[in-house]
Design a binder for this molecule. Structure first.
Ligand SMILES: [Zn+2]
Length: 410
């Protein structure tokens, strides 16, 4: 045995030691006594599967303020601003910023990221940069890339060819942005085009879908129907789905079972949805987060993504998926104990499932896990504590000492 994580508490409340040999978990049970090269004392601490961020934009991260900030705070100004930045940044800029971000995220226990990469950048710098980053980090961090036509599949001349070019270059997942096409009809056609490509190539689909306060933005309906028609069940995802917040309840009562039937995963991004949506409202201002508890109750797989860290759309973000889950459970009113525990799985096990990764605290799975300075998932959400140890594929890749306050009061 190479590593023994001793005495930790698993997210379900059981206590167990975890034995690691090579890159695999070889035993999970109380009282393992065999010798180990490295023993990590996790007594009283939560030991969890790694955090996964299933929705991110690594080509834009850490670019905040370049060339200016987003004055309106809207999605549309962010897209315009990104268009300006794309013309200014070099491939090396993107690689440097992305690697800086990856280091920060790994320290927070994030060991898998699905990043959209804008393929409408004519220079193709974005794709080449993130393919290079994926290769650099691959032993530690699973970086899954989505061919994302930011400026529109049909709205941008040549975008469809660029999606194909990116997939040919090794990008993993087919993306799209139907609500940004010129018409609803073009949006629906782009969903069909994305599903066609995915079916032909045996790939997954992850669309920016209905990121809008417009209740009539219903591309998720087309995505669900096309998922069934192409036999892509379990391989497609609708990111954001914010329009569902504003939809008519009667329509949603038909829509939710359709999404469940099609096994389309839902990926809301709470930090971003709560700040980009509702910008055109007076009071009351809509929250702009999709219907998370209702989707879950309908049997839909739902994971929270982070989306942005210091980029044209969002000035904050830290790479900490506990911040994401914390915001998500607040905005979705998920404060019952079982809902808070669910929010923790929505940034750990569920996104790994959507990405098709064999993470998880089970014998035989990859030895990737996180030791947190908190006793259980709800306390982890409350405190967002340091990650005492991060183990990826059987290697300790980060350790953080807890902060200690010396109080001079009372
Ligand atoms: Zn996004």
């Amino acid at each position: 045995m190479d590593i023994l994580v001793r005495g930790g508490t698993l997210p379900d409340g059981t206590q167990a030691d975890i034995a690691i040999t090579g890159d695999r978990i070889t035993a999970i049970e109380p009282g393992i006594t065999a010798e180990a090269g490295d023993v990590i004392d996790a007594t009283g601490k939560l030991v969890s599967a790694p955090f996964c961020d299933v929705h991110f934009h690594m080509d834009a991260t850490l670019s905040y303020g370049r060339p200016r900030v987003n004055a309106s705070g809207t999605l549309l100004e962010g897209i315009g601003l990104w268009g300006e930045l794309k013309r200014l940044q070099s491939k090396e800029d993107i690689v440097t910023r992305a690697l800086t971000y990856c280091r920060e995220a790994v320290g927070k226990g994030v060991l898998a990221i699905r990043s959209h990469v804008d393929v409408t950048d004519e220079t193709f710098n974005t794709v080449e940069a993130l393919l290079e980053v994926r290769e650099t980090v691959k032993d530690v961090l699973d970086l899954q890339l989505v061919a994302f036509p930011q400026d529109g599949w049909y709205r941008t001349p040549g975008a469809e060819d660029q999606v194909v070019r990116a997939l040919d270059a090794g990008v993993d997942v087919v993306g799209g942005i139907p609500h940004f096409e010129r018409t609803m009809a073009d949006g629906a056609a782009s969903v069909t085009a994305a599903c066609t490509l995915a079916a032909e190539r045996g790939l997954r689909v992850d669309l920016h879908c209905d990121e809008s306060d417009d209740p009539l933005s219903r591309h998720i309906e087309t995505l669900a129907a096309e998922t069934i028609r192409f036999g892509l069940q379990g391989r497609t995802a609708g990111s954001h789905l914010t329009s569902m917040h504003s939809m008519d309840n009667y329509y949603v009562a038909k829509l939710l079972p359709l999404i469940a039937e099609a096994q389309v995963a839902a990926i809301p991004n709470p930090l971003i949805n709560i700040t980009l949506q509702g910008r055109m409202d007076s009071y009351p201002k809509r929250r702009g987060l999709t219907r998370v508890p209702e989707l879950r109750a309908a049997g839909v797989t739902v994971a929270f993504g982070q989306d942005c860290v210091k980029d044209p759309w969002y000035p904050l973000g830290s790479g900490d998926m506990l911040d994401v889950a914390h915001m998500g459970l607040h905005v979705a009113l998920m404060t019952a104990p079982d809902q808070m525990r669910a929010a923790f799985t929505m940034v750990t096990d569920t996104p790994a499932e959507i990405m098709g990764l064999d993470f998880g605290l089970e014998t035989g799975k990859r030895a990737s896990l996180v030791v947190l300075d908190a006793p259980d998932p709800v306390e982890a959400l409350r405190l967002r504590p340091v990650r005492l140890a991060v183990i990826s594929n059987g290697k300790v890749v980060a350790r953080t000492e807890p902060a200690r306050t010396t109080l001079h009061a009372f």
